[in-house]
Design a protein around this ligand. Structure first.
Ligand SMILES: *[C@@H]1O[C@H](CO)[C@@H](O)[C@H](O)[C@H]1NC(C)=O
Ligand SMILES: *[C@@H]1O[C@H](CO)[C@@H](O)[C@H](O)[C@H]1NC(C)=O
Ligand SMILES: *[C@@H]1O[C@H](CO)[C@@H](O)[C@H](O)[C@H]1NC(C)=O
Ligand SMILES: *[C@@H]1O[C@H](CO)[C@@H](O)[C@H](O)[C@H]1NC(C)=O
Length: 416
């Protein structure tokens, strides 16, 4: 092919110089040239993956979902209002295994990704997303901090009422419901004890992607989903050309489904055989995911996916502590002197909460697309647990990461 396209090769040279090694890139198809940046240098992937694995190390976890971009950007905002060891511990959470893209600071990347993702709302997906920093009987919060974190990280300040912890919880749940666009979030598993001077970071996000190519409603049928419990679910089907990769060694399929308008895509990881996700959860690393995404190649694929919702409500205190965020929770050690000028020793973190919900449905955006030329398709039959990512196309940031271990549906009884 190369000798027939000398002009293209010349034109693409400057791009190649920016994006990486010439030898490598010249072999790629035109579609491969416009790929989002890899997960390796991205703080949302780095933190998201570590949080996901910390959550999943609890064997009782079923249907995990979190927004790495929201938690990372909210923590980034809080980091900007902290000093000393508290600030460096927040910074460490946002460190990436390889240098950040273009040498930018993690918080700048996060702020940019948040903007890109919010702008894609209504094109590639419908999203409701809110972030807030709640404070309980705290010294006055700095207006400069509030303004800055609202503008850069969409983080609002909300004072908690004077009531007891039950009243706080009610306020938090009410806020989450509004943040989820009216969806009733699951209740928090444990109580939140907000003493005077407590700060609580909260994120709420509900997401529904619009496929670039829709799954037709006519071909939706009842099938079995072999999750934690076997259930009967609605399964949707579509055959088309998608970026796909089979990792034979790890026995995992990787599939990328673009969303309408190309502002974001959904990535699925499906073990070859029916199994719990414990094995694949442990395999995951930013390096491996970068490699997998790079190896995906346009392939004919027969896709079957359950219609399902993944929802989860999390308090990430335990996981963040395990990842090195220790001083922030301690009333004596925490230093949030940028949140409130007079706060040294007066403010501490009492919770990092996430309400998240993702809907897998058949719907696509509108528009005519070219016919696809299907040849010898691969099967991607998601009738058993899988891992799901949503990434922003422009920045490569990780909007959502989750696992479907169980799909709601009529219970199936094992037949002997
Ligand atoms: C997707 O991202 C790539 C690189 O980040 C960019 O070249 C392309 O234009 C983007 N597509 C859309 C639809 O935004
Ligand atoms: C996305 O758009 C919908 C509808 O216009 C709106 O209700 C929602 O708040 C938007 N989400 C964000 C995060 O701005
Ligand atoms: C992608 O597929 C094409 C055509 O099937 C093949 O020539 C190419 O080597 C593949 N690339 C990768 C990275 O697997
Ligand atoms: C997922 O949630 C949406 C919104 O609550 C609902 O309309 C839809 O039926 C749910 N889908 C499934 C498969 O339960």
């Amino acid at each position: 092919m190369l000798p027939r396209l000398p002009v293209c090769i010349l034109i693409s040279l400057p791009v190649l110089l920016v994006h990486g090694s010439t030898a490598d890139s010249s072999k790629k198809s035109p579609a491969a040239a416009a790929r989002p940046p890899a997960p390796l240098g991205d703080p949302s992937w780095a933190l998201g993956l570590r949080l996901y694995q910390a959550l999943r190390s609890d064997p009782s976890s079923v249907n995990t979902l979190l927004s790495p971009l929201l938690v990372a950007s909210s923590l980034g905002a809080l980091g900007e209002g902290s000093a000393g060891a508290t600030a460096s511990q927040v910074q460490d959470l946002l460190n990436t295994p390889s240098p950040a893209k273009a040498g930018a600071h993690a918080v700048e990347l996060l702020s940019g990704a948040l903007k890109s993702f919010t702008e894609a709302n209504g094109t590639s997906f419908h999203v409701h997303a809110s972030s807030a920093l709640f404070s309980k009987q705290a010294p006055p919060v700095s207006q400069a901090f509030v303004k800055e974190s609202q503008a850069r990280f969409r983080l609002q300040h909300q004072p908690l009422g004077k009531g007891d912890s039950k009243a706080d919880l009610k306020q938090l749940h009410g806020w989450a419901k509004a943040g989820l666009g009216g969806l009733e979030g699951q209740p928090l598993a444990a109580n939140i004890q907000a003493k005077a001077g407590a700060l609580i970071l909260a994120n709420a996000l509900s997401f529904k992607g619009l496929w670039e190519r829709e799954f037709s409603e006519e071909s939706t049928d009842h099938r079995n989903f072999l999750g934690k419990k076997y259930t009967k679910v609605m399964m949707m089907h579509r055959t088309g050309l998608y970026r796909h990769h089979e990792d034979m060694e790890n026995m995992v399929q990787v599939l990328e489904l673009p969303l309408w308008g190309g502002k974001a895509s959904v990535v699925l990881l499906l073990p070859f055989h029916v199994e719990s996700l414990a094995r694949v959860d442990k395999l995951l690393s930013v390096e491996l995911l970068s490699k997998w995404l790079e190896k995906t190649n346009i392939t004919s694929v027969i896709i079957s996916l359950p219609k399902a919702n993944i929802t989860s409500t999390l308090n990430l205190q335990k996981q963040l502590s395990a990842l090195g965020l220790t001083d922030a929770w301690d009333q004596k050690m925490a230093d949030f002197s940028g949140v409130s000028e007079k706060s040294k020793g007066k403010l501490h973190l009492a919770g990092v909460l996430q309400w998240a919900s993702l809907e897998l449905a058949a719907q696509a955006g509108n528009g005519d697309l070219e016919e696809e030329n299907i040849e010898k398709p691969k099967m991607f039959y998601a009738d058993h647990p899988f891992i799901i990512f949503v990434r922003d196309n422009t920045t490569g940031a990780l909007l959502l990461m989750g696992a479907l271990d169980h799909a709601e549906g009529e219970a199936l009884h094992d037949e002997l």
